[in-house]
Design a protein around this ligand. Structure first.
Ligand code: NAI
Ligand code: MG
Length: 371
């Protein structure tokens, strides 16, 4: 088996977490007998933009479509290029033009990572958020009327299509069905948003009939956020519209400690390359380019490495994926134990240590080679 991976490190700490992460993925590939061919691209970065006046080369779509998956660091250099140019000119184009309609984020409390939740224990938080990634509240339909007058009014429409809603809900049910707890929670707000949200609820109820083995519940988004903080152990798979999913998929990882470890997958779930509808999916850490710590060599590489783990799952390399996750968990857990005994410190500062990007990356790479 052999895979071609488009590597786009982007800006800031994206450039720092990518090399150690690639070495971890290579170690896993070698151990499980497949090869990774990395195609390194310097575009989708602010440096490229400042040189060429655009974020992407004209043939970007073809270049990415030739690869099996996209491995993306982080884009953004707000002091030199406005964020709406860098993000809309790269990442958001990939999501839309490759129809990556699922945004998937695992949320897991790991040994060794301090959680802000006082009573949370490792293993007690382990769920997936599934966010609709292409429509919903983030439409560009709307505008302003009576501008500059007392009656000035802005309107922005929410768009839920049957196809768009059904495909994300069905995907979430499939994920729930494949997990031991087989439970799906839907985020709604049908008490306040009286047209689109009842429709969402109705589609969840309809599709639930196809999944009698999956337990379903729903919460309004406001109380759901409270439960994320107060009772995170009750969740298994959580599905939400573009806006609600966006909120939940940042809140979840925040409850498990640092955003530096959180990964994310932007999926077009058609995973067979031979399918005429196939388009590449994109794997990235949740965090951005972190200009405040860029260049210091202290960025946490775990988010990037874990994103590679999700990429392995998508490619069907489930054994390698499991090994990468185990290596991350073991290294972080053992590091915390060692640290408490006054030993070597590989935890980066966001996890309370004095370690470096290279040092932590190396520890995970070694764990993958030796375990
Ligand atoms: P950010 O995620 O880059 O940083 C937020 C805070 O978390 C900072 O204090 C940073 O030091 C810390 N942090 C982030 N990742 C870390 C890691 N791996 N290890 C240790 N600490 C980490 O978000 P911010 O500051 O709002 O945005 C900075 C730039 O990144 C902007 O240009 C923004 O548009 C862009 N951005 C890009 C994203 C992407 O490429 N998907 C996502 C979020 C932001
Ligand atoms: Mg967000």
């Amino acid at each position: 088996r052999s895979y071609t991976i488009a590597v786009l490190p982007g800006d800031g700490i994206g450039l720092e977490v990518t090399p150690p992460a690639l070495r971890c993925l290579e170690a896993a590939a070698e151990r499980f007998g497949f090869t990774l061919n990395f195609r390194h691209f310097e575009w989708a970065s602010c440096d490229y933009y400042l040189k060429h006046g655009k974020m992407l080369p004209d043939d970007w779509k073809r270049l990415l479509q030739e690869c099996d998956a996209i491995y993306f660091g982080a884009v953004g250099d707000p002091a030199r290029v406005p964020d709406h140019i860098s993000l809309w000119g790269s990442l958001l184009r990939f999501r839309r033009e490759f129809d990556q309609y699922i945004n998937l984020r695992p949320c897991r409390l790991m040994r060794g990572v301090p959680s802000p939740l006082a009573n949370a224990k490792p293993g007690s938080i382990d769920f997936l958020t599934v966010r609709e990634n292409t429509e919903g509240e983030y439409s560009s339909i709307g505008g302003m009327i009576f501008e500059g007058t007392e009656r000035e009014t802005v309107i922005q429409d929410t768009v839920f299509t049957r196809v768009g809603v059904d495909r994300v809900i069905r995907y979430a049910f499939e994920r729930a069905r494949a997990r031991p707890a087989k439970k799906l929670t839907s985020a709604t707000k049908s008490n306040g948003i009286s047209i689109t949200m009842p429709y969402w609820d109705q589609r969840v109820a309809e599709i639930a009939k196809e999944y009698p083995d999956v337990k379903v519940d729903k919460y309004h988004i406001d109380i759901l956020c409270a439960h994320f903080v107060l009772r995170p152990h009750i969740f298994d798979v959580v599905v939400g519209s573009n806006l609600f999913g966006d909120i939940l998929s940042d809140l979840g990882p925040a409850c498990t400690g640092t955003i530096g470890i959180a990964p994310s997958a932007n999926l077009n779930p058609v995973s067979k390359r031979t399918d005429p509808d196939w388009k590449p999916s994109l794997f990235e850490p949740v965090h951005g380019s972190a200009p405040d710590i860029a260049g210091k060599g202290i960025a946490n590489p775990v988010g990037m490495i874990w994103a590679g783990q999700m990429m392995f799952e998508h490619l069907g390399e489930t054994e390698a994926a499991a090994a990468v996750l185990a290596a991350i968990e073991n290294v972080l857990g053992d590091a915390q134990d060692r640290l408490q005994k006054g030993g070597e410190d590989v935890l980066t500062p966001d996890m309370g240590g004095k370690g470096t990007t290279e040092g932590l990356g190396k520890a995970i790479e070694i764990a993958l080679k030796t375990s």
